[in-house]
Ligand binder design. Structure first.
Ligand code: FES
Length: 108
């Protein structure tokens, strides 16, 4: 397996309803993760980009949270409709999508 240029971690953590930390699951991460896999397949980027579901990344109230390495850029509040832009701009061109960045008080 070739070493990927980008590794995307999509938080898919769930917690019981009413938990004080909330979770990315309660904010719709499942459809975000599915869209990442769909876009990866459609764009045939398997040799360049790896997408991994992960547990809690920290800023639960701002989720769904998505972390991209090697840059260590975290996005927050990602919606299914945002995933194409993350591929177009960050994963294919290496440009950070400023409008989706996790606020600095949560990741910075
Ligand atoms: S539950 Fe996703 S960042 Fe904590």
């Amino acid at each position: 397996m070739p070493k990927p240029e980008k590794h995307v971690f999509v938080c898919t953590q769930s917690r019981p309803m009413g938990h004080p930390r909330s979770s990315c699951s309660q904010h719709g991460c499942a459809e975000v993760f599915d869209e990442f896999l769909w876009q990866l397949q459609q764009r045939n980027l398997f040799n360049r980009v790896q997408v991994t579901a992960t547990g809690c990344l920290g800023p639960c109230s701002e989720g769904p949270s998505v972390l991209v390495y090697p840059e260590g850029v975290m996005y927050g509040g990602v919606k299914k409709e945002d995933v194409a832009a993350l591929f177009d701009e960050h994963l294919e061109k290496g440009e950070t999508v400023e409008r989706l960045l996790m606020p600095a008080e949560h990741w910075g």
